[in-house]
Design a protein around this ligand. Structure first.
Ligand code: DC
Length: 227
């Protein structure tokens, strides 16, 4: 019998602002593995639904939108951030905003929308390995992943980090409003009926409050490559 070892996956789940995006990207680069930013898929669907003028609570219309939206990740020509094309339009900058995050969180509670994105996500599992960043990577999409991390940080620290990031991008926000938005989004993501934000029982919990990014990266890499 010929046993082909499954492609290894490291799932990194956690709330927004926990540093998942940066940590996942650095860990993927270090391992030479592919990266799945699953939040970008939900953001892209929320964006496409908004652009089409849909009511985000209209489950049927948003599901049809999720099924028909073409989402592509493209390496940027100048070596910068990966560009995200939504129906052929480069929506990378629009997708980063808090408005896009809130729209993503709203449409992500629709079970059929989540279902529409499953195959796309599974398709990222290619040799030599995959780092999958999201909310339900270890619990729903890649339950057989050999490596699972749940990354968190206090809401105050996450709001501070987000504030800094958005300010650097020139966006106009206040710390207090960000913390309120983060707490509201956490609550919605954790309390929804389908694929709620929660650690897989076997996930390694990493609380990044007070840690530097390089320390968090080292801690996560140690899950895949124990010393
Ligand atoms: O990781 P992010 O902030 O880009 O995610 C945006 C929203 O998308 C998040 O608030 C909830 C939703 N999401 C999800 O439901 N499941 C995922 N695997 C990733 C994101």
């Amino acid at each position: 019998m010929n046993h082909i070892a499954p492609v290894p996956v490291l799932t990194i789940d956690g709330p927004s602002g926990s540093g998942k995006g940066t940590v996942s990207r650095r860990v993927a680069e270090h391992l030479g593995w592919r990266l799945l930013d699953s939040g970008a898929l939900y953001r892209a669907v929320g964006y496409a639904a908004g652009a089409a003028g849909l009511d985000l609570t209209d489950a049927e219309a948003v599901t049809r939108c999720a099924q028909s939206t073409k989402i592509r990740f493209q390496a940027s020509a100048d070596g910068g951030d990966t560009r995200i094309l939504v129906n052929g339009h480069d929506a990378t900058d629009e997708l980063r905003t808090e408005t896009a995050g809130a729209a993503a969180s709203a449409i992500a509670s629709i079970a059929a929308v989540r279902q529409a994105l499953v195959d796309l996500q599974l398709g990222f599992r290619k040799s030599p390995g995959l780092v999958a960043d999201g909310r339900d990577m270890g619990t729903v999409i890649f339950p057989d992943a050999p490596f699972k991390v749940f990354l968190t940080a206090s809401a105050a620290e996450r709001a501070k980090r987000r504030y800094k990031q958005l300010k650097e991008k020139g966006l106009n926000v206040t710390l207090a409003s960000l913390q309120r938005e983060i707490e509201a989004r956490d609550h919605r993501d954790a309390s929804r009926a389908v694929a709620p934000l929660k650690p897989a029982p076997e996930a390694v919990l990493v609380d990044s409050t007070g840690m530097r990014i390089d320390q968090v990266v080292a801690r996560v890499l140690a899950v895949v490559q124990p010393q």
